[in-house]
Ligand binder design. Sequence first.
Ligand code: Z5A
Length: 220
Amino acid sequence: MKKKHVKGKGIFITFEGPECAGKTTQIGLLKDFLVPMGRTVVTTREPGGTEIGEKIRQIVKHLTGRDAVVDEAEILLFAASRAQHVKTFIMPALAQGAIVISDRYADSTTAYQGYARGIDMDFVERLNSFATIGLRPDITFVLDLPPEEIEKRASKRQETLFVEDRIESEKIEFHRKVRMAFLEIARREPDRVVVIPALQRIEEIRDQVREAVRNAFEGL
Ligand code: Z5A
C-alpha cells in the first residue's frame, strides 16, 4: 500500500467483516490511538449514522415474518441510508479535516446483497457508486472470521440477552459466501483493503490496525 499525504486533511476509514468480528471494539481502540495525535475523530455506522439511517436500521434488522423486507427492498434501503450518511454526515466531516471511521460501508452491500444474496453485480456496483456519490474509503480493514466462530461468539452474546437479528440468523452457507466476498474484494483492491485475521487477541488486532494506519498515511 502506498503512503498517502494527509496533513490536516480528512481521512475516511471503514471496517468490514461479519458480525462479531470485533469491528466496534477495534473502532473504539483506533479512535483512542488517533485522538491523542490531535486529530478530530468521528465514528459512525451503517446502516445508520443519521436519523433516517437509524430508522432504516430498525426496518432492515428487526422486521420479521410477513413484514420482513424482501431482497429488492433491502438493497435499496441500505443504499438510501448510505446516500443520506455520505452527503449529510461523512462528506461534511471530511471537509472539516476529521478522520471518519465507519462500521461498515459499501463493501457490505457488495458482500451481503451482491455475492451472498445473488443480486446482479453490475447493478450492485452502479447502486454503490450512486449512493456513495463516488466517495471511496482511504483504507478499509476486513476483519476475517470463520463462520463457525461467528456462531460461537454470537451465542455467547445471546446468553447475555442479546437478540439475534434477521440477517444474523441466516444459515452458515450465507455467511461463508459473505466471507469469501470480503476476501475477493481485498484481493481485487490491495491498495485500499487490509485483511486482518480476527481470531487473534483483541490487542494483537489493535496493534496490526495501528501499524497499517501508520504505514498508509504520511503526516498523521
Ligand atoms: N448489512 C448488509 O447486509 N448490507 C449493507 O450494506 C450493510 C449492512 C451496511 C448490520 O449489523 C447488519 O446489516 C449486518 C450486515 C448487514 N448483519 N449481519 N450479519 P450490525 O451493525 O448490528 O452488526 P454487525 O456489523 O454485524 O456487527 P456486530 O454484531 O456489532 O459485531 P462487531 O462490531 O463486529 O463486533 P464487536 O461488537 O466488537 O464484538 C462482538 C463480540 O465479540 C463482543 O462480545 C466482543 O467482546 C467479542 N470480541 C471482539 N473481538 C474479539 C476477539 N478478538 N476475540 C474474542 N472475542 C472478541
